[in-house]
Ligand binder design. Structure first.
Ligand code: CP
Ligand code: NVA
Length: 332
């Protein structure tokens, strides 16, 4: 498997074999880190990390992974560079491509990260756009594989806003890996019809399936993974809260949902999550709309079925694998 020089912009660009290679490489690098085996294969190389939206996991994962691989890194925070304001994406890409061996980008439209990749001449890694969150997918697939021993045939139900980066990405990931994906939400929050069609065509070849279902019990009975994300994503207007809470409250992950799924089921969330009112935004919205939790109850979040922190740790190992593979590492 040779992924050297490739950018990692969305899973649609990768074959199931390539995706599985990245998942397994992440597992190997995790084992090396746990066993204290040095893997600083890229000493002397440097990466740039552009964040036009905030982050905890993705930024820390790129930084720690870069250090473990022996690389230096530069963090460009929201509003701290000329990007998009005084300098075009194409010009920025050509400048950073002269200085760095790889570039991470988190921001708005997918077209921006695609343009960076087109002009930079070095691998570009998508750290989240409005449309896709592909590095999260390698971590999620690794986490699911660790739990169930395989990906093929695993049933994943995604509840909430299925039209945005997480819903889209999980639908693509499941289709590619022969898994059964169900978007469990109200019709207006179903993923884009063209993407659903693309994923159904992929699933027809891999043995997976893509289902859209409004009824919670039907969508969650027997599911292996119950997955959710925030109802209002970064960059969306404040006014969205009221409409989302009204529309998506029936799709909150509760103990009843986990009971429908069964004892074997796990709860996953890309994080950050509104499972209590211990955050500034959660408190404000909770008090305004009379809630103590939003997309998931605290009971489920803190339960033994919840594997959200294994999932968060795996962000680092999988981002390391993505960088290493695209920078030219081939581990036997
Ligand atoms: N899951 C995720 O991308 O988290 P951050 O926003 O903290 O990077
Ligand atoms: N849908 C969320 C994912 C955060 C990791 C957002 O875009 O804010």
């Amino acid at each position: 498997m040779n992924l050297a020089g490739r950018s990692f912009l969305k899973l649609l660009d990768f074959t199931p074999e390539e995706i599985m290679y990245l998942v397994d490489l992440a597992g190997k690098l995790k084992w090396m880190k746990r066993n204290g085996i040095p893997h600083d294969f890229f000493r002397g190389k440097n990466i740039a990390m552009i964040f036009e939206k905030t982050s905890t996991r993705t930024r820390c994962s790129f930084e720690v992974a870069a250090y473990d691989l022996g690389m230096g890194c530069t963090y460009l925070e929201p509003d701290s560079s000329q990007i998009g304001k005084k300098e075009s994406i194409a010009d920025t890409a050509r400048v950073l491509g002269r200085m760095y061996d790889g570039i991470e980008y988190r921001g708005y439209g997918q077209s921006i990260v695609e343009e960076l990749a087109k002009y930079s001449g070095v691998p570009v890694w998508n750290g989240l756009t409005n449309e896709f969150h592909p590095t999260q997918m390698i971590a999620d697939l690794l986490t699911i594989k660790e739990r169930f021993g395989q990906l093929q045939g695993v049933k994943l139900t995604y509840m909430g806003d299925a039209r945005y980066n997480m819903g889209n990405s999980l639908m693509v990931a499941c289709a590619k890996m022969g898994m059964h994906f169900t978007a469990c939400t109200t019709k207006e929050f179903f993923p884009d019809a063209a993407l659903v069609k693309t994923c159904r065509d992929i699933a027809a070849k891999t043995g997976g399936s893509v289902n859209l279902e409004e009824d919670v019990e039907t969508a969650t009975r027997g599911a292996d993974v119950i997955y959710t994300d925030v109802w209002v994503s970064m960059g969306e207007p404040d006014e969205a809260w009221e409409e989302r809470i009204k529309a998506l409250t029936p799709y909150k992950v509760t103990a009843k949902v986990m009971e429908y799924a069964g004892e074997q089921a796990v709860f996953m969330h890309c994080l950050p999550a509104f499972h209590d009112l211990k955050t500034e935004v959660g408190k404000k919205q909770g008090e305004k709309f009379g809630f103590t939790d939003l997309e998931v109850t605290d009971e489920v979040f803190e339960s033994t079925q919840s594997i959200v922190f294994d999932e968060a740790e795996n962000r680092m190992h999988s981002i390391k694998a993505i960088m290493a593979a695209t920078l030219g590492l081939e581990l036997q």
